[in-house]
Write a protein that binds this ligand. Structure first.
Ligand code: DON
Length: 579
């Protein structure tokens, strides 16, 4: 167990008092789910069941990830998708790893200034609503490549549960109903989307009601039978291109025909002896998590304590420096020469530490790179199988229900991923990210992402599978879960549930979840010069697995379950299921 202030104080107190075990310090969190053969953690309970069934039937973690990917497209339509894209990080049982990039690409006709008016100003909503916001979807190609190359079961077997839930429907629980209610106005604007997701009286489906999606069932059945060509070369692409042309979009058939998944080398780094494997560009996630961890490695976080002003101070400063690099230097590797090795270098992290004032907040404007200003919803799931193959998937439509449009007859919600590009340097996107030229729009380019499906290993064995939705905050959500387990000794559920803080360079504020910091800590940080934004909302829905015990302490005692799963308590409909 890490040596923390809490353990030191406990050790001295236990001489005179019989103390409750320290793990009860975070008793607000439920216990993690346990399993000996496999674990599936997703944001929708029916999808978790689909994944576990695949593992029980002899499928591996990749098979389960494919089946879950299709199932979420039906039972979690605000983010689960076949009309969007995502990333899959796989760490195989032999310790090798790979990364599948099936994120959206800009249409062939996309241009750098496509969201600007004649005066060069962004047109409100143009990159978020309707067909002009849609990037060429990659999920179907990505899930099929994963299955074909690394899975064991047939496409038909893996897609059958999703087709069943689309055809026969599923009953909404409170979490499902809330997500529909929140987007009802938006969905009402597109007749095809409204026909699926709203009742004939225009109201969203409520708790206990059944959502049936016959068009989506037919699209999934066509893909199941004919493979991705049914999506990219057949009637589905034709329907999307037709709707796009009729409603202000620029998608063309060659966009679909030319779509290709990229298999890339994941980003890897070490943190206090743990090996991190995560997403490379076109995600910023893995690089920026590693950059922040490299900076934090030089501070005794476990001694400084979870939530102390000193810990929060160094975390914010590490985030500030790393997000400057994210927002100014990174982009699609086919278009941009990403300085990955520099950003992952431990010496670079030391340079950053040397610049951090131990007593004062930094100032974001002072870190503005030269020439910078010139020229919701996602979902993550984590799976591990009996052999120790670990799969982390984050995929997305970007905003909740994506662009809010469905091409007639397809049942497929389309993404608004184009908003992740820089529309104009210096102008914030949906997540407030102020980005530069490296992420400018170009034909066939992929927008820079923050999605960070991550696997952590120790001594050559899987240790943790982790990731989350949350836009630009995905990086800090994932990072904080890792630090909470490794430095602060929290169990996997506590690590995920713990209140979050976030800083992304610009705007120069520290976002804090409700009750995230004590009033004393808030005062100390304000005194150092921080601008705290005490949000009234939580963010993220992390899904994690810890191997060998629910916490480091339990692992060290050798007494834990093999697999320990935790879905974020913020995820109203999710479930961690083990067997
Ligand atoms: O790729 C990205 O970074 C974003 N499109 C992710 C969006 C997201 O997490 C929305 N969920 N809250």
């Amino acid at each position: 167990m890490p040596l923390t202030r809490r353990t030191l104080i406990a050790a001295s107190l236990s001489i005179t008092f019989a103390l409750a075990p320290l793990t009860s310090a975070f008793a607000a969190s439920p216990q993690p789910a346990k399993g000996e053969h496999g674990m599936v953690v997703t944001a929708q309970h029916l999808a978790s069941e689909v994944g576990i069934d695949v593992l029980k039937k002899g499928g591996n973690a990749v098979d389960a990830a494919v089946a879950v990917g299709y199932a979420l497209a039906v039972v979690y339509p605000n983010a689960g998708n076949i009309g969007g894209g995502g990333f899959m990080t796989i760490r195989f049982k032999d310790g090798k790893s790979t990364f599948l990039d099936f994120r959206e690409r800009a249409p062939l006709a996309a241009t750098k200034t496509m969201y600007l008016d004649k005066d060069g100003n962004p047109v409100k909503g143009a990159s978020l609503d309707g067909y002009l916001a849609v990037g060429v979807p990659g999920s179907v190609a990505g899930l099929e490549l994963a299955r074909e190359k690394y899975g064991k079961l047939s496409r038909q077997d893996l897609m059958a549960p999703a087709i069943g839930y689309a055809k026969d429907g599923f009953i909404l629980n409170q979490g499902d109903a809330t997500s529909f209610a929140g987007s009802a106005d938006r969905l009402a604007k597109d007749p095809a989307a409204a026909a699926i997701f709203l009742k004939p009286d225009g109201k969203p489906y409520g708790i206990g009601e059944r959502l049936v999606q016959p068009d989506l069932a037919a699209s999934l059945a066509a893909i199941s039978e004919k493979g991705p060509d049914a999506f990219y070369k057949g009637a589905i692409a034709d329907a999307i291109v037709k709707a796009s042309g009729a409603k202000g979009g620029i998608l063309a058939k060659p966009d679909f025909e030319q779509y290709a998944v990229r298999e890339l080398k994941p980003v890897t780094c070490t943190y206090r002896g743990y090996e991190i494997t995560s997403s490379p560009p076109p995600s910023s996630g893995g690089v920026i998590i590693c950059e922040i961890l490299n900076v934090l490695e030089g501070y005794p976080l476990s001694y400084l304590g979870a939530g102390s002003a000193e810990t929060i101070h160094v975390m914010i400063e590490a985030m500030r420096y790393a997000y400057v690099d994210r927002n100014s230097a990174l982009g699609d590797p086919d278009f941009v020469d990403n300085p990955v090795s520099k950003l992952l270098d431990k010496a670079y992290a030391k340079d950053i530490r040397d610049k951090i004032d131990p007593f004062r907040a930094g100032v974001s404007q002072e870190l503005m790179p030269k020439g910078f200003g010139e020229s919701k919803e996602t979902t993550h799931y984590s799976i591990i199988d009996d052999d120790g193959n670990a799969v982390a998937v984050t995929y997305t439509l970007n905003g909740s229900f994506g662009a809010g449009v469905v091409a007639d007859g397809t049942g497929i919600l389309l993404n608004n991923e184009m908003d992740d590009f820089t529309q104009k340097p210096g102008v914030p996107n949906l997540y407030g990210l102020v980005q530069g030229e490296a992420n400018a729009i170009q034909s066939k380019k992929t927008p820079l992402s923050s999605m960070s499906p991550t696997v952590v290993a120790k001594d050559g064995k899987p240790f943790m599978v982790i990731g989350s939705p949350g836009g630009s905050r995905i990086i800090t959500i994932t990072l904080e879960a890792i630090v909470n387990v490794i430095d602060h000794g929290m169990n996997i559920q506590e690590a995920i549930d713990a209140p979050r803080i976030h800083h992304q360079w610009l705007p120069d504020k520290v976002y804090v979840e409700p009750f995230g910091l004590s009033p004393d800590t808030e005062k100390l940080l304000a005194g150092m010069g921080y601008h705290l934004d005490l949000a009234d909302q939580t963010w993220g829905q992390a899904a994690g697995i810890l191997v060998g015990g629910k916490s480091l302490a339990e692992i060290e005692k050798g007494g834990g379950a093999r697999y320990n799963g935790a879905i974020d308590s913020r995820a109203a409909s999710g479930e961690a299921l083990g067997y």
